[in-house]
Design a protein around this ligand. Structure first.
Ligand code: NAD
Length: 284
């Protein structure tokens, strides 16, 4: 059996297309500000892609570049200014930040109503309680890909591999809310293989190329590969050994072209949602 490939690019295009009428209904274009500190080449690519998609959708996009040696105070001052700017609905600080900066303090400073990445503790708390907030973009995109697979999620065993605040933890919460029985694995997990073997849904967010082998995958399982690992030859690999896993899984996301485009689509949705909430509120 060869798994169905879950095409994140096509799904992201559909989602973006569906946003256009919501954007057109707003009294002004939604505003997204992306802050990039330093010159990490991967971050520069991600930020550029976000700007291109925003531009295509008619989202007013601004990029604020700070030097790699920017102080914490300088970065917080930029966030304060964006929090106060009434034309800005969504703020994203591209991670990772240079080591001398404290990402937790920086993320906490963003107005939760403008938290386009959905990573502020207020939004994370709302997510864990199953309440409406701005949802972390990557896990939210993964949920759409899972639904796209057409597989019933309720009652299924799901494993999330990786417990970061950006991906693994919110992913586990979303799967639990979709009525999966969730196991959250991490670097101290004993016998990852046997947990993966019994799982109907596998979400890998580790950052280690080809860690999950095809023979671990339960036949017919849905596999979402969040990992983005740059190999020595310059190519990209996921955390799942794709060529092996596609022979066993029911559906699988490719890398690239799976989760990545959906993360950007969810950033656009969060920005539009934030704009709708602000402009609706302002109008009252
Ligand atoms: P992270 O480094 O913050 O977290 C990695 C997690 O993996 C940790 O919780 C750690 O405990 C766990 N881990 C490490 N080794 C393990 C092992 N051998 N077995 C089980 N668990 C192990 O990483 P992150 O920010 O969550 O990102 C994970 C991956 O996802 C990276 O490759 C990153 O580039 C990618 N990513 C992709 C997108 C996207 O849009 N496609 C977005 C975010 C992250």
């Amino acid at each position: 059996m060869t798994a169905r490939s879950l095409n994140g690019r096509a799904l992201a295009r559909q989602r973006n297309q569906a946003l256009k009428s919501r954007i057109a209904a707003l009294p002004r274009p939604p505003g997204l500000a992306v802050v990039l500190v330093g010159e990490d080449p991967a971050s520069q690519i991600y930020v550029r892609r976000k700007g291109v998609v925003a531009g295509r959708l008619g989202i007013a996009h601004q990029q604020i570049d700070l030097p790699a040696d920017a102080t914490q105070e300088a970065l917080l001052a930029v966030i304060d200014r964006l929090n106060d700017d009434t034309s800005v609905d969504g703020i994203l600080v591209q991670l990772p930040l240079p080591r001398h900066l404290d990402a937790t303090v920086v993320m906490d400073r963003i107005d939760p109503a403008k938290d386009a990445d959905g990573l502020h503790p207020t939004n994370t708390g709302l997510l864990v309680q199953g309440r409406a907030g701005l949802i972390a973009c990557t896990p939210h995109g993964c949920m759409h890909l899972l639904r796209e697979s057409g597989e019933e999620l309720s009652g299924r065993d799901a494993v999330v591999i990786g417990r970061s605040n950006i991906v693994g933890r919110p992913m586990a919460a979303l799967l639990e809310q979709a009525n999966c029985t969730v196991t959250l694995c991490h670097s101290r997990t004993r016998d990852l293989e046997s947990i993966v073997r019994r799982s109907d849904v596998v979400v890998a967010a580790v950052g280690r190329p080809n860690l999950i082998r095809g023979e671990w995958i339960k036949p017919g399982a849905v596999v979402i590969d969040v990992g983005m690992n740059r190999l020595e030859d310059g190519s990209l690999a996921g955390d799942v050994f794709f060529d092996e896993a596609r022979e066993v899984a029911g559906a699988i996301t490719p890398v690239p072209g799976g989760v990545g485009p959906m993360t950007i689509a969810m950033l656009m949705e969060n920005t539009v949602r934030a704009a709708e909430a602000r402009l609706g509120r302002d109008a009252m």
